[in-house]
Design a protein around this ligand. Sequence first.
Ligand code: B3K
Ligand code: ZN
Length: 879
Amino acid sequence: MRTENEHTIYFKDYAPSPYRVLSVDLDFRIRPENTRVRALLTIEPHPDTAPGTPLVLDGDDLRLESIALDGAPMLAADYATDANGLTLVEPPHRRFVLETEVILQPQGNTKLMGLYRSSGTWCTQCEPEGFRRITYYLDRPDILATFKVTMRAPRDVAPVLLANGNLLEKGAADDGMHYAVWHDPFPKPSYLFALVAGDLGSIKDSFTTASGRAVDLAIYCEHGKEDQCHWAMDSLKRSMSWDERRFGREYDLDIFNIVAVSDFNFGAMENKGLNIFNDKLVFAQPESATDADYDNIERVIAHEYFHNWTGNRITCRDWFQLCLKEGLTVYRDQEFTSDERSRAVKRISDVVTLRSAQFPEDGGPLAHPARPDQYREINNFYTPTVYEKGAEIVRMLATLLGEAGFRKGMDLYFERHDGQATTIEAFLAAFAEANNVDLEHFKTWYLQAGTPKLTAEDSYDAERQSYTLTLSQETQPTPGQPTKQPLVIPLKFALIGPNGSPMNWSDVSGAEVRDDLIVLDAARAEVTFTGVSSRPVPSLLRGFSAPVVLETTAGMEDQLFLARHDDDPFGRWQALQDVGMALAIAAIQGTPWSEADVPALSAAMGDTLGSESLDDAFKALALQLPSEAQIARNIGKDVDPDRIHEVRAALTRAVFEPIALPLLQRYRALSSDAPYSPDAASTGRRALRNRAMGLLVASDAAGAAALAAQQYHDAKNMTDRLAALSASALAWTGEAPALLADFYERFGGNPLVLDKWLAVTASVPREGVIERIGSTLADPAFPKTNPNRLRALMGTFAMNNPTQFTRRDGAGFRFVADFVGEVDKINPQVAARVLTGFRIWPMLEQSRRKAAHSALSALQSKGALSRNTADILARMLAS
Ligand code: B3K
Ligand code: ZN
């Protein structure tokens, strides 16, 4: 019997709720044994609602203690409860107050949704459907209400009591209890509700908005960690001022609080005025956090803060619109980082992330549109497609409209929809109207899954001095979408002349072309430039102007030319990647490298390293070959990860060994005794130095293993230490086992640093890794309820250890599937997320495919899976 469709929710079925909630008055009595929640909901029927329409409130895992309507206890016949909630059979056809009292058991809540305890602290996570685990409610994002929250808790265990909005009063109560009353004047959906009660330390600061409002800022954390919160606070203040400068958006409450907790399913949560963070995205000090951690903290602090306007003031009408707030807010945080740091480096890094996380999703069994049209479990749609592809769609809008046009659209969107729960259509309408353009065709980007393949062929006619680019696009079918439409693709380009500078043309025909932008909106177009004095080398998709896979007929020579001359940093980086990719694929397909090609790439890498105009961070990104996963995706089918691993390792040696001396010289020259600083230039210097070291180790250069070990021991910060550890472990140098043991010895007691050890251990591409991970997991001291630990170990193994996860004998697949089955009982969200590692299985060679299929089928036949895991599994097996 198929049950998959039982819970499917369809976009087409959206209907407004027959009832609305005007205000919410919550009273929490928090005690170690349990928590009692009394809720007073002021509710009224929608004017169109027929009298007698039942009111169906969501509820999950609640114990109802009492229920009253307008102060009078309700009769048993007038309401019903079941596993999904509470129904009032025939509520009054007027405004009324519903009072319920429920008992919660936060200490046993290992799903980490609703109210739970993390290291003793009571905290909440409500997005998307956690509020129903706190009280009976219309738990959907189009119900906006004001919230007043009274909290009572024992003063000794919970001296800090926080909720959304502004603090109205606090004081002592009987029996060692104390209380606080919070009020949030901004109507909000229930998913933005939050409270925190615990014994926490804090750092405080303040910010004055452009219009002069003084805002008290605080970051709360475990006692003793306060010193590690300053980078997060600094990032917050810079985010607040950036949103004023760039988008004219000010903060709107008197208080902005952040709380760091150690058990959290996601990165962080933008609850109104009370952001709750996974502590790994708050704590930073040079000895335990890497440059990547500093970057992530800055980015996520900014992201959650920016949600105050894109997400909170304007929210989503329904969860199909998730991308409305997430894609847009990712775009905003990307822009923040670009303005604060290096735009080119940020762009390249974002493209790397998109290709490694979103492209495989879009090309595999879990592909879905940025605005999906159905879901079984909404938690499974917080995906790279909704976030990262969503941001790319907004970026294309900005490219098409130009900076001023984009800002006009944003201004109109804010003005028109402030205080509303709205849709992608409304968002696009604001841009269309503000710029007087039609975005109907553009909207297809939100509705169609799959990564388009854009093919470019070119020809030059010397006699006519004309140059023609023939562009065509094609998107492969994805689950549920057998046929695809052509999309509007903004293609940034330049025609590079023989001297390396962009060329001019006198006329162009065949498509809409504006300065440096071709707008391709058909399946095919022939764009002809006239007055082109010599054959140009085209630089296409500059800045990665659209999330597509570009295929060109450019030969090695043109690519090497672009690697040297393209004035678009992304293009230059891409050209080096393309050369590396072509060589890797040739070798995998059994074509030996030509004598000249590898030395040419080696020389281009050497020139990049030696360039005086390029910055260190860019060089660090450029000096590497495409990842094994990227090579696998380019091959696309019958993939043998062992062969890819071998070839990539051999190519790394062939390309970088010849420039070992300049790498070593640069490595030495970049050493610095300056105290650690997370600024862009220092980060770039460390990145390049560590890249040089990593390449020396990976290419087996003489003395490199010892150099890495030396760096590991001498390191004064975690960036350098971890880089040395991971280079040694990935290449499994003679020193690797001792370094791993030393790291564990030094840092095993610091959970966030332990995660780094777990991740390095899990990514070692060698037999035996499964046994090692298995014994770590089997250790009774290993915290199986902490998402960070589980993801560091098993998430890394499934996503970042291609050869061992996809072992031909199926041991890797079985290992992950068994883990998923087990953890599913504790935390379904973590289990489902780790399971997505299987999304690459259809492109593997046959014996691995069979092994993956059998591991997935075995998991399915065990039954009793959560909806989260069952949904991913069903989609994975349907392919
Ligand atoms: N909006 C939250 C995500 C909540 C995840 C729920 N599974 C974090 C963010 O994107 O800012
Ligand atoms: Zn977000």
